[in-house]
Design a protein around this ligand. Structure first.
Ligand SMILES: *Cc1c(COP(=O)(O)O)cnc(C)c1O
Length: 408
């Protein structure tokens, strides 16, 4: 008899985006002339940088000729891309990461989900609340949680990210083994200081834990005092794996390219308590279950590190940051408190007593603006909404005018 993995049955159906779509459809039916502005989306809107498009075209032409054709590539990624990543994203910032510690992939989503295959079901997992839902759901699928009750899965240590800690969770009071961190955060847009990140690294070293650091939004950091990589912290290489993506910096959400850093020194423990390197395990997993990212896409990603590519990515992220700054300033004028938006494309707004969906309905019904209700990202998100800077500047300006008119 073929039986199923019943842990899947514990998963809570996510109605967040379907509920949003339903409410938007109802509004549109009642107001057929009203143009809706979407500031709810976690997807980029602007075109690929010209340098990437040029590299992509050239790579396709190479495949058209037998003398420059490429078949299966190295699963870990081509050396040209891994070397560019190591030099630009790490060594240039004083983080001693080598090209052979980079694993190129088709997404940080898949990598953050797949990495937990390396650990036993018994490890105690700490996950921020609110956060990107992938970390939690993949651990539910793997059987690391009990059932869902009162808004939370039993067996998970939730790291509350609330006003009182400025949306950067405090160290856990109970012992944990696997810790997810995401800065700049989705959905709150909060960032962690060097001291805060160092305290997590120190915690992991002291408690033989491992940090999974998601830095998908690092390219939005403008404050030079903030760390972009966890490897800028002392001792992080032994206790942290970092996830990066070309999705949000260079608009590769539809193109697909990302990477994971597993330093050679990074270890976890076997059942006898001996340290085991994670690099060979992830290498084995990656080579067995993944075919590598296509050659043209890796060439396009490499172009992100060319002088033109760097300038274009800067321009792209600056554009969204201008949107974010406008949202933040306007929402502040209306008397709302918010976090994020300075070094992040997301602004997390306190509903001042409204629940997330009431706030959502208010913005939709009165202003025709779509946001994301914070409650969809975890229990601590209740009472908040997320506004996203991923839209055109003109749309952002109109959206904020409408919100101002509706609320003031
Ligand atoms: C968008 C996003 C990613 C990127 O995922 P890809 O699979 O590389 O597109 C990763 N983490 C967070 C928190 C995100 O919001």
């Amino acid at each position: 008899m073929i039986t199923i993995n019943e842990h899947y049955l514990k998963l809570q159906a996510s109605y967040l985006f379907s509920d949003i779509a339903k409410r938007v459809a109802t509004f549109q039916e009642k107001n057929p002339d009203k143009e809706i502005i979407r500031l709810g989306i976690g997807d980029v809107t602007r075109a690929l940088p010209a340098a990437c498009v040029k590299a992509l075209h050239a790579a396709v032409d190479e495949l058209a000729d037998e003398s420059s054709f490429h078949g299966y590539g190295p699963e870990q990624g081509y050396a040209f891309l891994r070397e560019a990543i190591a030099a630009n994203d790490f060594q240039a910032r004083g983080a001693d990461i080598g090209a052979d510690e980079i694993f190129v992939s088709d997404g940080a989503k898949c990598d953050t989900g797949n990495i937990q295959e390396l650990f036993t079901t018994e490890v105690r997992v700490a996950i921020p609340d609110p956060v990107y839902p992938v970390y939690l759901d993949t651990n539910v699928m793997a059987g690391r949680t009990g059932t869902f009750s009162d808004g939370r899965y039993q067996g998970i240590t939730y790291l509350d990210s609330v006003r009182e800690n400025n949306f950067v969770p405090s160290l856990p009071s109970e012992p944990v083994d696997l810790i997810y961190l995401c800065f700049p955060n989705n959905p709150t847009g909060s960032t962690a200081t060097r001291e805060q990140l160092q305290s997590w690294v120190d915690y992991a070293r002291e408690h033989k834990a491992l940090i999974l650091f998601d830095a998908a939004y690092e390219s939005f950091i403008r404050d030079e005092s903030l760390p972009k990589s966890i490897y800028e912290m002392d001792g992080a290489k032994e206790v942290a794996i970092e996830f990066r993506s070309f999705s949000k910096n260079a608009g590769f959400t539809g193109t697909r390219c990302a990477y994971t850093v597993v330093p050679k020194e990074c270890t976890a423990y076997d059942s006898k308590g001996n340290r085991q390197a994670l690099h060979p395990l992830w290498n084995r997993r990656h080579c067995t279950k993944f075919n590598g990212v296509s050659y043209p896409i890796q060439k396009a990603a490499e172009a992100v590190y060319s002088p033109e590519g760097k300038a274009q990515v800067r321009e792209l992220t600056d554009y969204y940051l201008r949107n974010a700054a406008h949202i933040k300033a306007e929402i502040g004028k209306l008397g709302f408190t918010s976090v994020g938006g300075d070094n992040s494309p997301y602004i997390w707004i306190d509903g001042q007593g409204r629940d997330s969906w009431q706030f959502f309905d208010l913005l939709l019904d009165k202003a025709g603006v779509v946001c994301t209700p914070g409650a969809g990202f975890g229990k601590c998100g209740q009472g908040y909404i997320r506004l996203s800077a991923f839209n055109s500047y003109d749309n952002v300006v109109s959206a904020m005018q409408r919100i101002s008119a509706a609320i003031s």
